[in-house]
Design a protein around this ligand. Structure first.
Ligand SMILES: [Zn+2]
Length: 696
């Protein structure tokens, strides 16, 4: 077998930095040396290596055992993992046209590479044999979980199907990979094609920082000296919140909700129809009535009924709050002498006005106190108090862009634990949003491997030599992503496929959303929210209003989220034949739930990248809310202990949640931490939806 392998494996090209051992500190990727043209040859080598490793397992003449099958699988594909991590980090955080072109090719070749592995009958036969005999294998808890996860993964990919069904599954997977990439590229193209130029007279209500961003955006499109609104969410939402020009708000809003639905070359309607029909076919091949039933079988929620139960409970309460809020906003319109019915492009503007009138609070008042560097320190400080971590900035680690900062993370005993990369600022080469990812995951299979963890955000740089300042939403995002980062850095498992965030999608937002709670603690804000010029701490009165504003407009925010989650569920529950006209289906479903006309879905179908640009969140958009049921309940453990850093609770949080990765059943892990199941109404209370409506 090894003879064969040598014959087909071309010798690695040592001029390619992706194929050389890395001589950098902590063996981090040497970003300065890595060029787009290195990726395809590196992927090709990685595919060949991986295929040979799989062949070695399937050709092994000895009886399958845990070591020669499951552990061998865990050891396989190292180069592929390494090259993919660098590639996808760059595609998201610092791409260019060459890299995006390569991305198209890689997505298809990735599907072609994985299909024969995930549907390999011999490999699956070995896994099944071990799975059948699992009770007698004397496995550790983590090994048992790994065996079950491996069996499930292969079974759900169609490894147990007959040959014609497998061939069809392979075709479907390839087509879905292409369709998902097209969906994303269409959306990007529609977003890039549109902008609204602002004249001097069009800037009523806009803040200086918005105008500065509008000028930068124009410059990036070769329109120096002009100002434009773009279709990025942050640009649109800020404009809708602050522009007093109702006519322009309408224009921007309509363009935003039409992305991917313009009947042009970037139209996503036909793609959605094809994706849904292929997903349905795939679910049926695997013996499930619908894609949702298939997808949710492998989640905490387990069934579409359980997801619907949660969403409908939240929907009823949120919708009635939103309708009350709508009446208050309509009253404000009338009070100001407006003679029109509140429309979707008015909601954010009047909600913001109402907040300023009734709570005397707007984001601009608190921003000078939220200095990016101090908020990073705050996130680190909480991790130090909870988990004993310490952070040391390193200037000698190669990065993909000069703005990226790196910290070495050490544990309580001063041992190296991880590297943390923070890439905080928006730039043209970065996709929008915020995320956590890794360049290397923690594992202990062949000696300890320390993780390389990344947070990417899209914050604005400080203007004119001032430090970068965050909005309250930005600060929350910073803590959210750092919560994911801790999940990766504190991971303490043996096997790589169970590392860190390798957990169910409806569990993965628990560590991140839970971490946001510490930002909202007066003792944290008093220490770290200091005025960027005077150094004065946040005044108590402003602090109170900031904390109260967390609950402001939650009817709206919850309605736009839950509507998207419910429509996602319906798309994947109803027969694909019922969704042939995407627009009509959307209208029908929204009518069924009584969607307020003044609110649109957070993601209309043609823009719903979570569920159509890849299938990670397909019939899984509810996951954020499922995790929120737990995080709203989990923080209560610290409140009940009377100390937000209580050492005993923090130790359980570390052991049961942040360090255990996918090595345990998530429900059991939660119950071990909390001593009971989560209390479902904690989420509604946290969003302020169970109290009487307040003006602010
Ligand atoms: Zn998240």
């Amino acid at each position: 077998m090894t003879e064969d392998k040598k014959a087909v494996t071309p010798s690695p090209d040592l001029a390619n930095p992706l194929l050389r051992p890395w001589q950098t500190p902590f063996e981090t990727p040497p970003f300065a040396e890595i060029l787009p043209e290195h990726f395809i040859p590196a992927f090709e080598q990685a595919f060949v290596d991986h295929a040979a490793e799989i062949a070695a397992i399937t050709h092994d003449p000895s009886q399958p055992d845990f070591a020669n099958t499951i552990t061998a699988l865990e050891r396989s594909g190292k180069l592929l993992t390494k090259v993919s991590a660098v590639f996808y980090d760059l595609v998201g955080a610092h791409s260019n046209p060459a890299l995006l072109e390569i991305d198209k090719e890689v997505s298809l070749r990735m599907a072609r590479h994985w299909n024969p592995i995930m549907m390999n009958a011999v490999l699956f036969g070995r896994i099944v044999q071990l799975h059948d005999n699992r009770a007698s294998l004397e496995l550790s808890g983590e090994q048992m979980r790994l065996l079950e996860r491996t069996y499930t993964r292969f079974h759900r990919a169609g490894a147990g199907l007959d040959e014609p069904a497998k061939a069809r599954m392979a075709e479907i997977n390839e087509r879905l990979a292409q369709l998902g990439t097209h969906f994303g590229h269409h959306l990007l193209a529609d977003e890039q094609d549109w902008f609204l130029e602002l004249g001097e007279a069009d800037c009523e209500g806009l803040s200086d920082s918005f105008i500065a961003a509008a000028r930068t955006a124009a410059e990036e499109r070769g329109l120096s000296g002009k100002m434009i609104v773009t279709l990025s969410r942050s640009s649109v939402e800020t404009f809708l919140k602050t522009s007093s020009r109702r006519d322009l708000r309408e224009k921007v809003y309509k363009a935003f909700v039409a992305r991917g639905d313009n009947g042009n070359a970037n139209d996503n309607n036909a793609i959605i129809v094809e994706i849904l029909s292929l997903r349905e076919e795939c679910a049926k091949l695997l013996g499930h009535p619908t894609f949702a039933a298939y997808r949710l079988e492998d989640s905490m929620a387990k069934t579409p009924q359980a997801v619907r139960g949660l969403l409908e409970r939240v929907w009823t309460v949120a919708r009635s709050r939103a309708l009350k809020d709508r009446d208050a906003l309509q009253e404000l319109v009338a009070r100001e002498g407006g003679n029109f019915a509140l429309a979707a492009w008015d909601w954010r503007y009047y909600a913001e006005k109402l907040r300023q009138i009734s709570a005397n609070f707007d984001d601009a008042a608190i921003k000078p106190y939220l200095v990016l560097d101090h908020m990073i320190e705050a996130a680190f400080d909480c991790a130090s108090r909870l988990f004993g971590l310490s952070f040391f900035e390193r200037k000698d680690i190669p990065v993909w862009h000069p703005d990226v900062r790196v910290w070495e993370v050490k544990d309580q005993a001063g041992n190296h634990k991880a590297l943390f990369y923070g890439d905080y600022f928006a730039r043209a080469s970065k996709r929008s949003g915020a995320w956590m990812t890794s360049l290397r995951d923690q594992q202990r299979l062949d000696g300890a491997v320390a993780p390389l963890i990344i947070n990417v955000c899209n914050f604005s740089k400080g203007a004119g030599g001032e430090p970068a300042l965050l909005s309250p939403d930005d600060a929350r995002t910073l803590f959210h992503e750092f919560g994911h980062a801790l999940h990766g850095m504190l991971s303490d498992v043996v096997y790589p496929s169970l590392s860190g965030t390798s957990v169910f999608t409806d569990f993965v937002e628990l560590p991140s959303q839970l971490y946001e709670h510490w930002l909202e603690q007066p003792q944290v804000l008093r220490q770290f929210a200091r005025h960027h010029r005077t150094g004065e701490p946040l005044p108590d009165d402003l602090l109170r209003r900031f904390l109260a504003s967390r609950r402001f407009n939650q009817g709206f925010a919850t309605v736009e989220f839950v509507a998207s989650a419910l429509v996602d569920l319906e798309f994947h529950t109803q027969p694909a034949a019922a969704t042939k006209d995407v627009g009509a289906f959307e209208r029908q479903e929204l009518e069924k739930i009584g969607m307020p006309a003044e609110i649109s879905m957070r993601h209309r179908p043609q823009q719903f990248a979570h569920i159509f640009s890849g299938d990670h969140y397909a019939s899984g958009y509810y996951s954020y809310m499922w995790s929120e049921v737990m995080d709203a309940d989990a923080f209560g453990a610290f409140e009940e202990a009377g100390d937000i850093f209580d050492p005993a609770v923090a130790k359980r949080l570390h052991d049961d949640i942040y360090s255990s990765g996918g090595s345990r059943d998530p429900e059991a892990a939660y119950v071990a931490f909390r001593g009971r199941e989560p209390e479902p109404d904690a989420l509604l209370r946290r969003r302020g939806l169970l109290d009487a409506p307040e003006a602010a």
